[in-house]
Ligand binder design. Structure first.
Ligand SMILES: *Cc1c(COP(=O)(O)O)cnc(C)c1O
Length: 421
């Protein structure tokens, strides 16, 4: 459920008309709903009720400072995957003890930054990383709390580019090697081994892979405990999918996911951490774009928008589907025609949808891409010298620009000219 609904024929974000925001900031732009962000965070929080837990929002999904502060004020921790994200979390007021650091390529600089600034735990992904972390911690005279990310070798049944839990993926250590790696870690004086981490992929629409992975984690917990390790925290990753197309079957709800966690791991007495990103931010955002032209091609029509692949890359990169709806509600029974929906970038890949059934639209009309709050703005670029599009946050009847559109001048002045020119 989200808070983007038609009222008297006009699309609203909470109590603000989308057309009003478009008039104020120009198109294209992203708009997020505070109520939806908070609702999704609380669904996860409630799903783990009765177990000691922390929901660490995976901020790579949407790391705008205003989005982070909204969630941090509701009690969210953060899952970060770079020094930049760590500093963003800190800047949003998240204390170190609520920040977990994930990722396969943490550098010495990033590790040292987090050790100095305070960290809940590092989710370690390899033996070489473990050694670097140990050295950094010892150099600072501290111990680094760690979990080790294990790769449970389960098929998450999602898009290949966002599956992470098979043995051929670059993530974590093979679960079969876990005992040996935990033994190594326990011998390193700079490390404090506190738990296990697992994350099997993104946009999962089935709970079965989670059940399989978490059963393996439960078994590993017992094994490692009998080896003498104090396993007290389980980080279960993120990845629960969202309904990108209203016509598709709805993916599992956080409540059902929570039940899987309870069933598989509830008996272990561990503190549970989860790292949802997409499910918190995805359906809390729209991208709004204006129709520039309707073009008649050979046997097909094209809807050419002012938004493009540089603004929202998911269709080009993951063959992702986004529902695209007119900002003015079509009349009941309005005819629908198949049309290709494209952006102005000079690549055929700049196609949002092929032969999508749409009501009649003409130049100047606004459309909304649904489910654009996660992996949208954060993956945007200025390809074709199209300035980054603004982000807007709505709360009830208020809205605010939370990242302004740079001027052309600002964009150009970011480059500098060497002395020989
Ligand atoms: C990307 C990622 C997440 C979040 O995944 P979502 O599909 O957005 O929920 C969580 N944990 C780790 C380690 C990740 O890499």
């Amino acid at each position: 459920m989200d808070h983007f609904l038609y009222r008297d024929g006009a699309l609203f974000a909470e109590d603000v008309a989308i057309a009003e925001i478009a008039k104020a900031v120009g198109t294209p732009f992203y708009v997020y709903s505070t109520a939806t962000l908070l609702r999704h965070f609380r669904l996860f929080d409630e799903a783990l009720d009765g177990m000691e837990h922390l929901v660490c929002y995976a901020m790579k999904a949407n790391s705008n400072q205003a989005v982070l502060q909204t969630l941090a004020q509701a009690g969210a921790g953060m899952d970060v995957v770079s020094g930049g994200e760590y500093l963003r979390a800190k800047a949003a007021g998240v204390p170190g003890e609520r920040i977990v650091f994930s990722g396969v390529g943490k550098t010495r600089e990033e590790i040292t930054l987090a050790l100095k600034g305070g960290i809940r735990q590092f989710n370690v992904e390899s033996e070489p990383e473990m050694l670097v972390l140990d050295a950094c911690a010892q150099a600072l005279g501290v111990t680094a709390p760690i979990t080790i990310r294990v790769n449970p070798d389960v098929d998450a049944k999602t898009h290949a580019k966002i599956a992470t839990g098979k043995s051929e993926n670059k993530f974590g250590i093979p679960i079969a090697k876990a005992r040996e790696v935990y033994r190594m870690a326990a011998d390193l004086p700079g490390l404090d081994v506190i738990g296990i981490d697992v994350h099997i992929g993104s946009q999962l629409t089935d709970l079965e892979p989670y059940r399989q992975a978490y059963e393996k984690v439960a078994e590993l917990t017992q094994t490692l405990r009998s080896d003498g390790h104090n396993i007290k925290r389980l980080d279960l990753g993120g990845g629960l999918g969202i309904p990108y197309a209203r016509s598709n079957a709805a993916p599992p709800l956080p409540m059902d996911y929570g039940q899987v966690v309870r069933d598989t791991l509830g008996h272990l007495g561990c503190e549970i951490e989860i790292e949802p990103g997409r499910l918190i931010a995805g359906n809390a955002g729209l991208m709004i774009s204006e129709v520039i032209y309707v073009k008649e091609g050979e046997g097909r029509e094209f809807l050419i928008l002012d938004g493009a692949m540089n603004d929202l890359i998911r269709p080009a990169m993951y063959e992702a589907h986004h529902d695209i709806i007119p900002v003015v509600e079509p009349a009941v029974g309005a005819e629908q025609r198949p049309i290709d929906i494209v952006g102005p970038v000079c690549e055929s890949g700049d196609t949002f949808a092929k032969q999508r059934l749409m009501p009649p639209l003409s130049a100047g009309d606004l459309v909304a891409f649904r489910s654009a709050g996660a992996y949208g703005a954060v993956m945007s670029s200025e390809y074709n010298s199209r300035p980054l599009i603004p982000e807007v946050l709505v709360r009830s009847d208020q809205f605010a620009v939370i990242r302004a559109r740079p001027t052309f001048d600002e964009m150009i002045k970011r480059d500098t000219i060497p002395s020989w020119l």
